[in-house]
Design a protein around this ligand. Structure first.
Ligand SMILES: NC(=O)c1ccc[n+]([C@@H]2O[C@H](COP(=O)([O-])OP(=O)(O)OC[C@H]3O[C@@H](n4cnc5c(N)ncnc54)[C@H](OP(=O)(O)O)[C@@H]3O)[C@@H](O)[C@H]2O)c1
Length: 336
């Protein structure tokens, strides 16, 4: 039987690179979308993957350029829509109007209009199934989340509340060659963009008959920050999942015919201070945060629906050890 051809949007990103690796290892032909020319150094890690020279083709495409997305998706039986702006909390320009411009143009439009473009191209080219990669931020940002209930796929973030909740963005101001750091509170644009895009993706499927499912992922991105120390950290609840388990979930949702709609993908619920103690017990010599401020944010997400589909996840210890190894290999973390 001929290998299936599938498309991964934003192939060079963190989650998508792991997904491309998994798909190649399973014998899929992969079309990956990237924003820079395919030969760029930025995508060397993809070209080095086993099977990439025969089975991976990169297409230069921007989510806001329909024709470029259409060319990448043509001939594919499935699309994994992973690409989305994931803004850092450092924004280069301090003026309020430019901040709004930055988030509208750079975050919300590519996430929301970009998702519609991908789905429209899937419909046009008769793709059989789409898996949209969402985030727990599309579930958890709403007032009065019930602390005594398990949070399942029926929950959605409140988009108005996303606009009201704020977090601090750091700005670098340059004046006469001297750099100052300043900060400003801005709305929770990322959670707004993920909530709106996921809602629209599922709605698009319902309206048009395109088979669209979503995975609603937790993360492990806090780990490098904790390993680099810092004075003070909020003792927040963390929902940790190994990126390899995330991409297993994304593929499972594609491969299982019975999969439908949303799947929360999270493995370990742990307070930040306990996570630091776990890391310290394995790697005693890194600098860890020394002070914690208490926050009352305990929530329990359920991945039961995904587990019923056959998903399994790694132990927290395995995730921590392999994550540290991969940060070291990538040069993101010094050896102890
Ligand atoms: N990492 C996590 O822990 C986590 C947790 C939950 C959900 N997610 C979701 O997983 C997805 C990937 O996240 P990530 O952490 O892997 O982020 P990432 O490394 O920043 O990757 C994001 C990708 O999106 C692409 N992209 C952004 N804007 C684009 C545009 N206008 N047109 C085309 N491509 C565009 C980027 O392309 P370039 O390489 O060209 O910049 C990049 O490849 C996102 O949808 C995110 O919401 C991630």
């Amino acid at each position: 039987m001929a290998a299936k051809t599938v498309c991964v949007t934003g192939a060079g990103g963190f989650v998508a690179s792991w997904l491309v690796k998994l798909l190649l290892s399973k014998g899929y032909n992969v079309h990956g979308t990237v924003r820079e020319p395919a030969g760029s150094k930025k995508y060397e890690h993809l070209q080095k993957l086993e099977g990439a020279s025969e089975n991976l083709t990169l297409f230069k495409a921007d989510l806001l350029n329909y024709e470029s997305i259409l060319s990448a998706i043509a001939g594919c039986t499935a699309v994994f829509h992973v690409a989305s702006p994931v803004p850092s909390t450092i924004v280069p320009n301090p003026q309020a109007s430019l901040i709004i411009y930055f988030f509208n143009v750079e975050v919300i439009e590519p996430a929301v209009q970009g998702t519609t473009n991908v789905l429209q191209a899937c419909l046009e080219t008769k793709v059989q199934r789409v898996v949209y990669v969402s985030s727990v931020s599309a579930i958890s940002i709403r007032p009065n989340m019930p602390k005594d209930k398990v949070i399942d796929e029926s929950y959605w973030s409140d988009k108005d509340y996303c606009k009201k909740t704020q977090y601090t963005v750091l700005f670098w101001l340059s004046c006469k060659n001297v750099k100052f750091q300043s900060s400003r509170m801005v709305m929770n644009w990322y959670c707004y963009s993920k909530t709106e895009a996921e809602e629209q993706a599922l709605d698009f499927g319902k309206r048009t008959g395109l088979d669209v499912s979503t995975t609603v992922n937790a993360s492990s991105l806090v780990l490098p920050k904790l390993l680099k120390g810092g004075d003070s950290f909020e003792n927040k609840t963390r929902w940790i999942v190994d990126v390899r388990d995330v991409v297993d979930a994304i593929l499972l949702v594609y491969e299982k015919p019975e999969a439908e709609r949303r799947y929360i993908c999270t493995a370990h619920t742990i307070k930040t201070r306990d996570l630091v103690e776990k890391l310290r017990s394995i790697y005693p010599s890194y600098k860890y945060p020394s002070n914690f401020t208490e926050v009352d944010d305990y929530l329990r997400f359920s991945s039961d629906k995904l587990e019923r589909l056959g998903w399994k996840y790694r132990s927290l210890e395995e995730t921590l050890i392999d994550s540290v190894e991969s940060y070291r290999e990538a040069g993101l973390l010094q050896f102890e």
